[in-house]
Design a protein around this ligand. Structure first.
Ligand SMILES: [Zn+2]
Length: 58
C-alpha cells in the first residue's frame, strides 16, 4: 500500500535528522566548534577554519 509506505518514510525522515555532533573547543583559536566525530583526549581539535589552515601547512 502506497499510503502506508509514505507514512513510514515521513517518520524515518524525522528521526534521522542531525548527526551525532560533539561540541569541542578549537585548540588553535579557542572558538567553539562541532565535529561529527568523537574527539580524542589529548589530541588537538580544530574548528573548520583552523582545520583547513593546519591541513595546508602540515
Ligand atoms: Zn579555530
Amino acid at each position: 500500500m502506497a499510503f502506508q509506505q509514505r507514512k513510514f518514510r515521513g517518520r524515518d525522515n524525522f528521526s534521522s535528522g542531525p548527526r551525532d555532533m560533539h561540541k569541542v573547543t578549537c585548540s588553535d583559536c579557542g572558538a567553539e566548534a562541532e565535529v561529527p566525530f568523537k574527539p580524542i583526549e589529548g589530541r588537538p581539535v580544530y574548528c573548520k577554519e583552523c582545520y583547513r589552515k593546519h591541513k595546508n601547512t602540515e
